[in-house]
Ligand binder design. Structure first.
Ligand SMILES: O=C(O)[C@@H](O)C(=O)CO
Ligand SMILES: [Mg+2]
Length: 259
């Protein structure tokens, strides 16, 4: 049976961040994930998890000025110090929240930049980060993201992610496999999952087009979720979609998977 994690960066947007915890627990989620917990003191977040019987599945390492349009800093040559300082902050929160994994957002390709240089920066940053996270017992993840939603994103395919994994050469670096992004970029969702299974530490779901609830588009999530079970995937399934209307009312798709 899949275990679902509520992505609070897209679900329950009509209520305050910390109030989303109780709403997610009430709706049957067992864990939470989001872009970052950094606007709240870690003790407060830890208390809210505990009070609602929730686990922390994942969050991103600091990724630059998200509201200002930045989409990660890990490949940017002029942000290396900031990226590395962000790993310390992410690990502080991971410890306080007992979070087993953190995700790195690679960044946008700056106009006119040399892709080889960006790749080197990303690989060196990941080598640094993966050692720090391994020492803390936390997995490090990278996520390919589709180029229609984020034009110019540096890491957009699983082939590229595999190449980065090979270059970093650490058994603590994994892929975050977002079915929505990969449907847009590649299709062939389950064969790719099977091929990379041992290197995938977290999956996320949304339908296409629209990035709405499973069952609203072209991805057969009945099949996808039963395959995850059959293949022995025992991580969280991150519900990272934009609810068509009210989050709770739109959870009908989840009914067959609730005990
Ligand atoms: O797919 C996504 O959008 C994310 O998982 C994320 O963390 C940032 O873009
Ligand atoms: Mg995602």
């Amino acid at each position: 049976m899949p275990k679902f994690s509520a992505n609070l960066s897209l679900l329950y947007q009509d209520i305050a961040f910390l109030d989303r915890f109780a709403a997610a627990a009430k709706d049957g989620f067992g864990a939470l994930e989001y872009l970052g917990p950094y606007t709240e003191p870690k003790e407060k977040v830890a208390d809210a998890l505990k009070a609602n019987g929730l686990k922390q599945a994942l969050f991103n390492v600091p990724s630059g000025d998200w509201a200002g349009g930045q989409r990660g800093i890990a490949c940017l040559p002029d942000r290396i110090a900031e990226f590395r300082a962000g790993i310390s902050l992410a690990l502080d929160y991971a410890k306080a929240l007992a979070c087993p994994q953190v995700n790195v957002i690679s960044g946008l390709v700056p106009k006119g930049s040399d892709l080889e240089t960006l790749e080197k920066v990303l690989v060196e940053n990941l080598k640094y980060a993966v050692q720090r996270t391994a020492d803390a017992g936390v997995k490090l993840l990278i996520e390919p993201i589709n180029l229609r939603d984020i034009p110019g994103f540096f890491l957009s395919t699983t082939n590229h992610a595999e190449r980065i994994l090979e270059k970093v050469a650490s058994d603590n670096l994994y892929i975050q496999y977002d079915f929505y992004h990969m449907q847009i970029m590649q299709g062939d969702l389950i064969p790719t999952f099977i091929r990379l299974k041992d290197r995938i530490a977290h999956v996320q779901i949304a339908d296409n087009p629209g990035r709405n609830e499973p069952g609203t588009g072209e991805i057969n999530y009945g099949f996808v979720l039963s395959e995850l079970d059959r293949l022995g995937y025992d991580g969280w399934v991150g519900c990272e979609y934009k609810p068509k209307a009210d989050t709770s009312e739109g959870l009908g798709w989840m009914k067959p998977y609730r005990k």
